[in-house]
Every structure is written in C-alpha cells, then in structure tokens.
Design a binder for this molecule. Structure first.
Ligand code: NDP
Length: 454
C-alpha cells in the first residue's frame, strides 16, 4: 500500500469507525485512482477524494410498525444521499437484519461509480432498514413499508432522490412504498423504480441486473474469442439477480449447476433448466420458501447446508468455467477464490455488490482471469432504472425488445469504458481499475465544474 493510500485510509477509518465494509469499498477505489491523481493534481487540490467519500447527507430514522397480533416493533431506517454531481441520488433500498450505517455507506459509495459508468445522469444513494421481511405476513410488510415511507417521503422526489429495490425489496415492497408516497404527497410521479408494469414500471427492470451480469460476462469472453455456449456456471443466491442471471445463461447456451440462499446451496449436475427455474421463481417469489425444497422436487440435485463461520463455502468448490456470485457482500473469501480458480473457473461476473473480499480479488487479478467487479457487472439494474425514469418523464413505455437492446448496449459500453480506462492507466485487463477510474473521472470532473459544493 502506498503512503498516500495508507494516510487516506487512516483518515477514513478515524472519521468512520466500525464501518469495515465502507473502508473496504473506499480503499479499493483509492488504490485504483492514485495514478489518476498523480497525473491530475487538480483533483487533489480540490480534495475530490475527500469529498467523494463523505456522504452529502445521511438520514436515519425510527420506523415503528405493528404486527398481526397488535404487538409494537421499532426498526431503524436509513437513506444515504452520497453524491449528486451528475444527477439525482439513485440506488436501492435493502431490508435485511444485517443492515447498518456502514453497509449502506459502502453500497451508496459503490453506487456513485456504478451509476457514472452507465452513461446515464444519475447520482448515487442507498437506503434500507434492519427489518427482516422473512417470515412476515404481507400485511406486516405493508405496515412496515408504510411506516418507512412516512418519514422517507420528506427526503426524496423525482428530481431529488429515486430509490429502487435491493435485497428484501422487490415488486411487493415497491408497491407498498409507492402507494404510501402517493397518498401522502397526492401526486403520481416516478418516485421509485421497479414499479409494477401497469403503474409506471419498465419492461425488463426485474430481469436487468441478472441479464446485465451475463451480458458483461459475454463481453469479457468475447475479448478471448469465446462465448458462454456450453460453459458450466456456478450461481449463488436464488433471488432477483440469481434468477435472471440463470435465465440469460440458459438463453446463451450455458449450464447453471448451483443456486443458494442464506441456509445453504443446491448442486444440480444436470443443470437448472427452464422448468426448474420456473419452480425456483415460484418457490422464492410467490411461496417465499427455502431452496432446500428444490431437492425434494428434483432428485438429480443435492442440498448442502452452509455454515457462514466455516473457512470456505463448498458452493465455490465445484468444477466450472464461470461464476456469478449473486447473493451478498463478501460471500467469496480468499479460500473460495482459490477453490474457484483451482476448479477451472476463469470468468467471474459479480451480480452482487462487493461479493469478493479484497484478498480474493487479488487471487483473480494475479491469475489474470476475466474478473468483472460488481460495480461494472451488475450496473444493468440501475441502468434500466434510469430507463424507467426516462419513460416516466416521457409518459411513454418502450417495448421489451427496445429496453433489452438498450440494456445490452449499455453493458457493452460499460465493458468498453473499463477496458479503455484500464489500458490508458497502465493495467490492461484489470476491470477493477478500469471501472473505478472510468466511474471516478466523470463524477470528479462534474464536481470540479460545480465548484466547492459540487
Ligand atoms: P434478493 O433479496 O432478491 O435475493 C437475495 C439472495 O441472496 C437470496 O437468495 C438470499 O437468501 C441470499 N442472501 C442474502 N443475504 C445473504 C447472506 N448474508 N448470506 C447468504 N445468502 C444471502 O436480492 P437481490 O437478488 O436483489 O440482490 C442480490 C445481490 O445483488 C445483492 O448484493 C444486491 O445488492 C445486488 N444487486 C441487486 C440489484 C437489483 O436490481 N436487485 C442491482 C445491483 C446489485 P435468503 O432468501 O435466505 O435471504
């Protein structure tokens, strides 16, 4: 680590104690952009890095809600408005018991660079709550969402901050949040993305993150004259991103042999075909069950419970060529990364945000595999959210084919930006540096243009 990075990180840690995920995300960007700062002293003079790692605004609030038995509960709600240099704050809401300020700051920070890469005019933000939707009734989830929006509505708006979904927030939750906003404000505006199709949503938004991660993998493979046809793929998670990554892998001729949830994973050597995927979608999106039910239905598969405290996750220890981590942050540790490359994986396209620990990223970079970091590879979701905002503004809807083709074009353009930036700054093939540098430059220049408040 250079003296500059060490000094900068000491300052970040002192100012933001007990936020390890935020430190991890900032360090990766600072390491990547040091060469840019060396060439462009104007960024250092204007303290762009210090400003970009300080949220413009942090909102933290109480969310009281009542369960079906009339019991009272209190959760904590957050919205991090990280950076608005290139557009209104944009980023998802996460409902998960692990949510805290540091995790949302890491996600909001990543979002700034990701949104910049999409080429669309969106700043970065993130929010959520430590509320756990698992095991709650629809009515309880609705009352929680109403309580959450009864405070959040003061801080968001179609030209200010436009939240979307993330872990634990899908179409059901976006509906309850939107209904509450509309009731309080008495206005029907594009205040959230991921909306239902008959009330302002965009075709392909549910599919976008997973499809995008697979398009990104296909672009990386194309640099070696290869495609996904016939490739065996490991996918983690079984939620929104994992489901549609699986669908697109099938479209492009690949074979998915794993899926997981927080309890464990299934391994199906015959592959998850379209019928099996339809079963998983119904299981997870409608019946809200556990992935272990897959093996009761399909005898070709085995289920393995995963201990989060174990030294490695056996999901990443199967023979394959490609991996699509699509569950959560830091789900691939250094041992998992070694297992992946030792098993023949040479394409990793991250559907989740920051799913690989820094030492694991080093394994991928040292082995020179095709490694697409989340902020580039999973940017398709927010890109189609941006397209949903455009359609809302125009009061018009594009067809499925139109949105998919724009998504595909954006993923190609993100890939190209990463390749060009990594080459220009002396680390060809390093998509981590490429994504961080290309994302940073656009935001940094906008901040310079807008003066000290930029
Ligand atoms: P979902 O809530 O739809 O699915 C999340 C999946 O990951 C579930 O299978 C869940 O299992 C599993 N999971 C969650 N937390 C953990 C954990 N701590 N350990 C193991 N498994 C876990 O979320 P999404 O699919 O939307 O999000 C997945 C990832 O993709 C996240 O990192 C998110 O930030 C990222 N992402 C999502 C975007 C989107 O558009 N939705 C956009 C860009 C990135 P269980 O059901 O047991 O909780």
């Amino acid at each position: 680590m250079s003296d500059y990075v060490a000094d900068f990180m000491a300052h970040i840690k002192a100012k933001n104690p007990s936020e390890p995920e935020f430190h991890q995300a900032v360090k990766e960007v600072v390491e990547s952009v040091t060469t840019v700062l060396d060439k462009h002293p104007e960024y250092r003079k204007a303290k762009v890095l210090e400003r970009i790692s300080e949220p413009e605004r942090v909102i933290m609030f109480r969310v009281p809600w009542m369960d079906d038995q009339g019991g009272y509960h209190v959760n904590r709600g957050f919205r991090i408005e990280m950076n608005s240099a290139i557009g209104p704050y944009k980023g998802g809401l996460r409902l998960h018991p692990s949510v805290n300020l540091g995790i949302l700051k890491f996600l909001a920070f990543e979002q700034v660079f990701k949104n910049s890469l999409t080429t669309l005019p969106m700043g970065g933000g993130k929010g959520g709550s430590d509320f756990d939707p698992k095991g709650k009734s629809d009515d309880e989830v609705m009352r929680f969402c109403q309580g959450f929006m009864s405070e959040l509505y003061r801080h968001i708006g179609p030209n200010t901050d436009i939240p979307a979904g993330d872990i634990g927030v899908g179409g059901r939750e976006i509906g309850y949040l939107f209904g509450t906003y509309k009731k309080i404000r008495n206005e029907f505006t594009g205040i959230l993305t991921g909306k239902g199709l008959n009330w302002g949503g965009s075709l392909i938004r549910p599919e976008a993150t997973g499809y995008g991660a697979v398009y990104f993998a296909a672009e990386m493979l194309a640099t070696r004259g290869e495609s996904l046809e016939g490739k065996t793929c490991l996918v983690s998670g079984s939620g929104n991103v994992a489901q549609y990554a699986t669908e697109k892998i099938l479209d492009l001729g690949g074979k998915v042999v794993t899926l997981s949830d927080s309890g464990g994973y299934i391994h199906d050597p015959d592959g998850v075909d379209r019928d099996k995927l339809a079963f998983v979608m119904d299981l997870k999106n409608v019946r809200r069950g556990r992935i272990t039910e897959y093996v009761e239905k399909y005898s070709s598969a085995t289920y393995t419970a995963v201990d989060p405290g174990a030294d490695c996750n056996p999901l990443w220890d199967h023979k394959a060529e490609c991996a699509f981590p699509s569950a959560t942050q830091n789900e691939i540790n250094v041992k998992d990364a070694e297992n992946l490359v030792n098993n023949g994986v040479y394409v990793v396209s991250e559907g989740a945000n920051m799913p690989t620990v820094p030492e694991g990223v080093d394994v991928f970079l040292n082995k020179k595999i095709l490694y697409g970091p989340g902020k580039a590879a999973n940017a398709g979701g927010v890109a189609v959210s941006g397209l949903e905002m455009s359609q809302n503004s125009m009061r018009y809807s594009w067809t499925r084919e139109e949105v998919d083709s724009k998504l595909h074009g954006i993923m190609k353009s993100i890939h190209k930006s990463c390749v060009e930036a990594s080459e220009k700054y002396g680390t060809p093939g390093n998509y981590v540096n490429g994504a961080n540098i290309a994302g940073f430059l656009k935001v940094a220049d906008a901040m310079l243009d807008q003066g000290i408040f930029g």
